[in-house]
Design a protein around this ligand. Structure first.
Ligand code: BF8
Ligand code: SF4
Length: 661
């Protein structure tokens, strides 16, 4: 409230929040101004008017049984216990575990859906999809010990399906992709008994252990958190990525556009928002179907314009160069343009608020997945065996809406061109060349100090902080300090909108990183796709260890991770699987644990001493970047590479010398 003097009387005037404080994305800001004029509410407004619950924010409450809910005092956490006697550490560890288990379940269920499609393709029951990348199929099969020499693709695929199914259903032993983990890292997991057996088992056990009156030791709960999260990263998420590549193609660099300016006033605009690529793949076919294109033209449009949002959008951006309209905090605001004729959603990060905004602007909104219905929103179920039925129907609805548009169209003329689609396989090729595909040049450039280290900057956007701004500022600081940044998910889109995805952005990097980027012709920030594609970062870390010179385990590498604007439980699962894999991982916004408690000390210090990584927190983007850089420097020192060794770029002559030696 602001005080305004009118004559002698003091009148209290409600201060309208400044939209410029909510987002650094100009397109989103413009649409928020318009929404305000139109009287339409978004998540930004709701976040501003609803204070986050301070007890919940510190994880100091428990509602796991009806003797409670029990509320402890975050300022004096050891003063009280719950009715059952649960201490603050038990309560916080259980709450944290419930976030891990939910996030891991989301990713693993996604991976299982992909595996279901794969099985049906291999068995010949699904005809609309095929194995687009047989080479990748062979590589993945080989990586888990399946014989490929001289065998038919179908036979390899059948064996691969059976092996990967164990990622979910196995009750004893180790998940198949544990074979990809560097031996020393795996040794640490075995020592602490956290190698995942099968995702279903780990998820079930963690749910059991967090029930009232079961596991009441924060250290033991954390152990099962690690096992479950690792079953996500090296299990469900990795299966989702690998199977999607096999079915739809492994990404290679592609030049494309990002932001709301990708909408076209004279075309039928369709947005697909969610996480599973199968529906999106079929939609790509639908919008190119000559009969539907003709129908759009008959309705007065010049064509059909397909755009992605959030994670499936990031996948389609990487694989096919489908333009991307924006990240999580822009999904409501893009509807304010009035230009979105239809939006189809599947699972995860779909705000219920979309329904109301879509209604205000006449956008046809459809849920498509049996797991995700929204009250008041029309559902057109997507079936993998007959995928075009759903996607064609969405296109037909979009055409009808285009013909009957009755709201003003206001598209912010803002978009950025960039290069996306840097899969692990491509990075290998890009750095090593066709005949010597390898991570050796990356490791060499880290060892010689040109690249100080590698940071994974990933995750959501969140209206509790300035949208996009935290991502952009921290990445700027990292690359300025010669840290190569790899990205996924909404974070990738934040940086893409800000123009960091061009090779020319190398001028924003420090001198060493700039030199490498200019030599290779790559941007200083590499986009790897969606959130499940964080598994590509794990594979890259394993490869850096395998190539040599940077220690024996992932925990030895000069790398760090961050989710500066995180909001979802999936982010906590991702954070914890990076920590359990050996990576220092820093979160922004808030951390749902009280400082100076035993559980906090375990996550932020203790795990590192056990051979894992550790958690970190910083709200400020520059602090966040600098704690990561400090960690990278600490690892460089431990490796004995803290002083740059040689300053000659690894060129062809040097390679020949090494090969001749
Ligand atoms: O899985 S980054 S807001 S869209 S949770 Fe969601 Fe977060 Fe975006 Fe994708 Ni990931
Ligand atoms: Fe309270 Fe214990 Fe029940 Fe939690 S489990 S609500 S702490 S009595």
């Amino acid at each position: 409230m602001e005080e305004e003097k009118k004559g002698k009387k003091v009148v209290k005037v409600a201060k309208e929040p400044n939209i410029k404080d909510w987002t650094s994305c100009d397109a989103t800001a413009r649409m928020l101004e318009k929404a305000r004029k139109d009287g339409v509410e978004t998540a930004f407004d709701r976040a501003a008017s609803m204070k986050a619950c301070p007890i919940g924010a510190d994880s100091a409450c428990c509602k796991h049984c009806s003797m409670g809910p029990c509320r402890l005092n975050p300022k004096d956490p050891y003063a009280k216990v719950g009715v059952c006697g649960a201490t603050i550490d038990t309560i916080m560890a259980r709450n944290f575990a419930r976030m891990v288990v939910s996030g891991a379940a989301a990713h693993t269920d996604h991976g299982m859906s992909m595996l279901d499609v794969f099985r049906e393709v291999v068995n010949g029951n699904i005809k609309d999809y095929t194995i687009k990348d047989p080479l990748k199929l062979e590589e993945v099969a080989k990586s888990i010990g399946i014989e490929t020499e001289g065998r038919e693709i179908k036979d390899i695929a059948t064996d691969l399906y059976e092996e990967l199914e164990r990622t979910y259903t196995q009750v004893e032993g180790e998940i198949p992709f544990a074979q990809r983990v560097p031996p020393k890292t795996l040794e640490t997991w075995r020592k602490h008994d956290v190698v995942p057996r099968g995702a279903m088992r780990e998820i079930m056990e963690l749910m059991h252990r967090t029930h009232m009156g079961v596991d009441q030791h924060y250290e033991n709960i954390t152990k099962q958190c690690s096992r479950t999260a690792l079953g996500d990263g090296w299990g469900g998420s990795m299966v989702a990525t690998e199977i999607s590549d096999i079915l739809f193609g492994t990404p290679t660099p592609v030049r494309t556009e990002v932001n709301m300016g990708c909408l076209k006033e004279d075309q039928v605009n369709i947005i697909i928002h969610g996480h599973e690529p199968n529906m999106f793949e079929s939609m790509l076919e639908s919008v190119n179907d000559p009969a539907l294109v003709k129908a759009a033209k008959d309705a007065g449009a010049t064509g059909i314009n397909l755009l992605g949002m959030c994670c499936s959008g990031a996948e389609m951006l990487s694989r096919h160069g489908v333009p991307h309209a924006g990240n999580f905090m822009s999904t409501e605001t893009i509807l304010v343009t009035g230009a979105v004729d239809a939006m189809g959603v599947d699972v995860q990060c779909i705000k219920q608020g979309l329904g109301k905004v879509a209604e205000c602007y006449g956008t046809r909104l459809f849920t498509t997945n049996p797991r995700c219905h929204i009250e008041g929103v029309q559902h057109i179920e997507f079936h993998e065996h007959t995928p075009r039925k759903c996607t064609d129907e969405i296109v037909q609805n979009a055409i009808v809406r285009f013909k009957n548009r009755n709201v003003p169209i206001d598209i912010p003329n803002l978009k950025s061109i960039g290069i996306h689609g840097f899969s692990h396989e491509y990075v290998n090729y890009m750095l090593g060349g066709t005949f010597r595909a390898s991570y050796t040049p990356l490791n060499d450039n880290i060892i010689n100090g040109r690249i100080r280290g590698v940071a994974g900057v990933v995750g959501c956007t969140n209206p509790r902080v300035k949208h996009d701004w935290v991502h952009v500022e921290m990445v700027k600081e990292l690359i300025r300090n010669d840290v190569l940044v790899v990205q996924t998910g909404c974070s990738q889109i934040s940086l893409a909108k800000a123009g960091f995805y061009t090779p020319e952005a190398a001028h924003l990097a420090g001198p060493g990183l700039k030199e490498v980027c200019e030599t290779v012709g790559m941007p200083p920030v590499l986009g790897l796709g969606s959130c499940v594609d964080n598994s590509r970062i794990l594979i890259a870390c394993a490869e850096m260890v395998r190539v040599g010179g940077l220690g024996e385990s992932i925990a030895d590498l000069p790398v760090a991770g961050a989710a500066p604007e995180w909001m979802s439980e999936k982010a906590i699962s991702i954070g914890h699987y990076f920590v359990a894999s050996g990576v220092f991982t820093v979160f922004g916004v808030t951390f749902p644990i009280i400082e100076e408690t035993k559980f906090h000390k375990l996550l932020f210090e203790g795990l590192e001493g056990m051979g894992f990584g550790k958690w970190g927190f910083a709200a400020d983007p520059y602090d966040m970047a600098h704690v990561m850089i400090e960690h990278i420097d600490k690892k460089r020192k431990a490796l004995g590479i803290d002083k740059a060794r040689e300053r000659v770029l690894f060129d062809m002559a040097a390679r020949r010398d090494i090969e001749a030696a």
